[in-house]
Design a protein around this ligand. Structure first.
Ligand code: AMP
Length: 395
C-alpha cells in the first residue's frame, strides 16, 4: 500500500485545515444520545487546535434527501455538544459551501473551530461532484480525513476533495487502517476470527477473506444455519438462505483445505417464535425441531468457542452469536464477549456494527484492544477491498 501522510507531517499553524470527521451520531429530540464518534475525533481536533490551525469541520448526518436544509438532519445540535468537549470556540455555519460558511471561515482566528452544516444537504456530496469538491477545497489550505466510518464511500468530502488540497490522515483514520491492516498482514498466531450476524450473503466475502488469513474461524448467529444445512442438517424454522447453501459448503471445503479449523455450533437455543417470551429449548444441532428456530448458540457451543478464544493471540470479532437484543437469546454473545475480554495475551479487535453494541451492552468495551468505529468500512477493508477514502490519501 502506498504511504499515507498523517497529520504529524503537517505544518498547520495559521492555516485553514478542513477536516472530514464522522459526526453521524444518534440524536433524540435534538440531543446527542451517543457521543462515541465525536470523542473518537477529538485527538485530531485537539492536535490541530494546539498547533494553531483554523479548524473547519465537515460531516454528514443521517440520510437527508439532498435537496437542502432538513431540520432533523442539521448538525446544529452537534456543534453545541462539541463546544462542551473542546477548549475552543465552536462556530456553526448554517450552510456548507455558501455565504455563511465563507464569511465565518474568513473571520476565524487560529485555534478556533467552524463546523459546517450537513454535507448531504447538497446532493453533489454523494455524487463526488467535481465542482462541489472544488468549492469545499476553496474553503481551506489543507485537508485531513479522520472519518474512517465513511472511508468506504467515494464522496466529495471523503475522496474527491483530496485531489485539490494537500491531504493527510487524522489520528483515528491512521489508527483504524494500521490496526486492521496489521491484523491481516501480520497477526500474532493463533489468529481466531469470530463471525456472526444474520446473513451469509452479507458476510461471504469476509468469510472467504478470513479463511485465507486466520487459524480458527468461529461461526455463530443466524448465518450458522445455512452452514449447518450445507452439512445436511435440518434447521427447522431458523433463518436460512437456501440459495447460499452451496456457497457455504464451498467455504467449509476451503477451510478444510487451508487447514483452518472452522467451528460451527454443536447445540442451539431454539424458540417457538421470534420473541422475548417464546417457549425455548436447548437442542443438539442434529435435533432442531421442525417447528422451532435457533436464536442463539447453546451453552456447549459457547464453551467450545470460549476455549478457542482463550488460546488466541489475535482475535477479530464481527457479528453477534444470537439475537442478543433479547435477554433470552443473549447468553452465547455474552459468553463470547467475556472470553474475548478475558484474553489479555491477545490483540482483540472488534469490527464495528452490532458486535460493538454487544460489547457495550455487557460493559466490556474498555477490556478490548481496539474497537473499530466503522462497521461497513472495516468489513470492506477486511475483505480486501480498497477504501476510496484511504486511496485518496495515498499520493
Ligand atoms: P448483522 O447486521 O448481519 O451483523 O446481524 C446482526 C443481527 O443478527 C442482530 O440484530 C441479531 O439479532 C441477528 N441475529 C443473530 N443471530 C440470529 C439468529 N439466530 N436468528 C435471527 N437473527 C439473528
Amino acid at each position: 500500500m502506498a504511504e499515507i501522510q498523517t497529520i504529524e507531517s503537517m505544518q498547520p499553524a495559521g492555516k485553514r485545515v478542513i477536516v472530514r470527521v464522522d459526526f453521524n451520531v444518534p440524536l433524540k429530540d435534538g440531543v446527542v444520545t451517543d457521543d462515541t464518534r465525536i470523542r473518537a475525533a477529538l485527538p485530531t481536533i485537539n492536535y490541530l487546535l494546539q498547533a494553531g490551525a483554523k479548524v473547519i469541520l465537515m460531516s454528514h448526518l443521517g440520510r437527508p434527501k439532498g435537496e437542502g436544509y432538513e431540520e432533523a438532519y442539521s448538525l446544529a445540535p452537534v456543534a453545541k455538544y462539541l463546544a462542551t468537549m473542546v477548549d475552543a470556540p465552536v462556530v456553526f455555519a448554517t450552510d456548507t459551501v455558501g455565504e455563511d460558511a465563507q464569511a465565518k471561515i474568513a473571520a476565524m482566528e487560529p485555534g478556533q473551530i467552524v463546523l459546517l452544516e450537513n454535507l448531504r444537504f447538497d446532493k453533489r456530496e454523494k455524487k463526488n461532484n467535481e465542482e462541489f469538491c472544488k468549492e469545499l477545497a476553496a474553503l481551506a489550505d489543507e485537508y485531513v480525513n479522520d472519518a474512517f466510518g465513511a472511508a468506504h464511500r467515494a464522496h466529495a468530502s471523503t475522496a474527491g476533495i483530496a485531489a485539490f488540497l494537500p491531504a493527510y490522515a487524522g489520528f483515528l483514520m491512521s489508527k483504524e487502517v494500521n490496526t486492521l491492516t496489521g491484523m491481516l498482514d501480520e497477526p500474532k498466531r493463533p489468529f481466531v476470527a469470530i463471525l456472526g450476524g444474520s446473513k451469509v450473503s452479507d458476510k461471504i466475502k469476509v468469510i472467504d477473506a478470513l479463511i485465507s488469513k486466520c487459524d480458527t474461524l468461529i461461526i455463530g448467529g443466524g448465518m450458522c444455519f445455512t452452514f449447518l444445512m450445507a452439512q445436511g442438517k435440518a434447521v427447522g424454522t431458523s433463518l436460512k438462505e437456501e440459495d447460499w447453501v452451496e456457497r457455504a459448503g464451498e467455504m467449509l471445503k476451503k477451510a478444510e483445505a487451508a487447514g483452518v479449523s472452522l467451528l460451527l455450533p454443536v447445540d442451539v437455543v431454539c424458540a417457538d417464535k421470534f420473541a422475548e417470551d417464546a417457549a425455548t429449548k436447548i437442542t443438539s444441532v442434529d435435533e432442531i425441531p421442525e417447528d422451532m428456530m435457533g436464536l442463539d448458540v447453546g451453552p456447549e457451543t459457547a464453551k467450545i468457542y470460549a476455549e478457542a478464544i482463550a488460546g488466541a493471540k489475535t482475535v477479530f470479532w464481527n457479528g453477534p452469536m444470537g439475537v442478543f437484543e433479547m435477554a433470552a437469546f443473549e447468553a452465547g454473545t455474552k459468553e463470547v464477549a467475556l472470553a474475548v475480554a478475558a484474553n489479555k495475551e491477545a490483540d482483540t479487535i472488534i469490527g464495528g456494527g452490532d458486535s460493538v453494541a454487544a460489547v457495550n451492552k455487557f460493559d466490556l468495551a474498555d477490556q478490548m484492544t481496539f474497537i473499530s468505529t466503522g462497521g461497513g468500512a472495516s468489513m470492506e477493508l477486511v475483505q480486501g477491498e480498497q477504501l476510496p477514502g484511504v486511496v485518496a490519501l495515498q499520493k
